[in-house]
Design a protein around this ligand. Structure first.
Ligand SMILES: Cc1ncc(C[n+]2csc(CCOP(=O)(O)OP(=O)(O)O)c2C)c(N)n1
Ligand SMILES: [Mg+2]
Length: 326
């Protein structure tokens, strides 16, 4: 599952799109334009991009409260997402979801989710649906290390294993669960080690290294698609910002954060990997960053100029009868 120059360029571009989208969303929140809090994904971009680069358009993805990166990597449009954060009618969910509930069913991106661990069950469900329908779609669920302590994790993975479902459970182990370091609350250091309890492969990778993430995810997606069942993939990663806005981060030192930003930034690491292979010229790098910047500026303008939802919309799409998803 080697990473070609083209795949690398696509991933590198998406990482910049995610980074700049979030920095702009953070700025717009400070300006009072984004409603509600944000959970920033900056620092973890290699996980969403490395995994999603292995997916087909019709594969399913479910996310977390920290899902801007998962949505963008699955193909969500940055202008609709920015409008969603602003609560505008043109948003991905017509402004009713906000940052923690971005979903785009047209992309089989079935949603971010404000409830910790709540995506693991539905992903097992979409995987079961694919198996029963005889399609070879793969379902992927992203969740944090904190979610691995929830009952939904245990129940859903046990089912996924028992029924040999086409699913990849991706744990983004960023070492913290809100303000609590993992070592204070977890008896098992590696989430991947928990896979043994369910008789599925557990793989742990450096989540800052997109090459490792891409290759391990590629194996897991292939295994799922070919009927081999689930994999639990743990990506060791780090969030550069606080848990959510207004977090004073007294549980970690600025030295620790600076060390990760300086030496473990997934964007810098991928840029170096590509330069070492002559896959990224200085000019290409500048063009990629300039394009991402222009895209995000246009997204903000789109959000700003978009209309608010009308009052009649308040009850539509909020409660829906059970629907088929494609
Ligand atoms: C069921 C549930 N319990 C508690 C919360 C409050 N909460 C929101 S995020 C979070 C921490 C989640 O940690 P982790 O799963 O490691 O994800 P991370 O924030 O590190 O990405 C908590 C406790 C919640 N949203 N849902
Ligand atoms: Mg965490």
């Amino acid at each position: 599952m080697d990473l070609s120059a083209d795949v690398c360029l696509k991933i590198y571009t998406d990482m910049w799109r995610i980074r700049l989208f979030e920095e702009e969303a953070d700025r717009q929140t400070n300006l009072g334009n984004v409603v509600g809090t944000l959970h920033m994904y900056c620092g973890e971009e290699a996980v969403a991009t490395g995994v999603c680069a292995n997916l087909r358009d019709d594969d399913y993805v479910l996310g977390t409260h920290r899902s801007h990166g998962h949505c963008l990597a699955k193909g969500a449009k940055s202008d609709q997402m920015m409008a969603e954060l602003w609560g505008k009618a043109t948003g991905t969910c017509k402004g009713k979801g906000g940052s923690m509930h971005v979903a785009d069913f047209s992309l089989n991106m079935l949603g971010a989710n404000g409830i910790v661990g709540a995506g693991i069950g539905p992903t097992t469900g979409t995987a079961l649906a694919s198996k029963l329908r005889g399609t070879d779609q793969v379902s992927v669920c992203f969740f944090g290390d904190g979610a691995a302590a929830r009952g939904t994790f245990h129940e859903a993975i046990a089912m996924g294993s028992l029924w040999t479902l086409p699913v990849v459970y991706v744990c983004e182990n960023n070492g913290y669960q809100q303000w609590v370091p993992r070592e204070n609350v977890a008896v098992v250091d590696s989430v991947a080690d928990m896979a043994a309890s369910y008789s599925i492969p557990g793989v742990s990778v450096d989540g800052q290294d997109v090459v490792e993430v891409y290759e391990a995810a590629g194996e897991a997606v292939k295994r799922a698609r070919e009927g081999g069942g689930p994999t639990l993939l743990e990506a060791r990663t780090y969030r550069f910002y606080g848990h959510s806005l207004g977090d004073e981060q007294q549980y970690r030192t600025t030295e620790e954060v600076d060390e990760w930003k300086q030496n473990r930034d997934p964007i810098k690491l991928l840029a170096q990997f590509m330069r070492d292979r002559n896959w990224l010229s200085e000019e290409q790098d500048q063009t990629i960053q300039a394009n991402a910047k222009a895209e995000i500026s246009a997204a903000t303008k789109f959000a700003e100029e978009s209309p608010w939802p009308s009052a009649e919309e308040v009850e539509t799409d909020v409660v829906a009868p059970v629907q088929e998803v494609a």
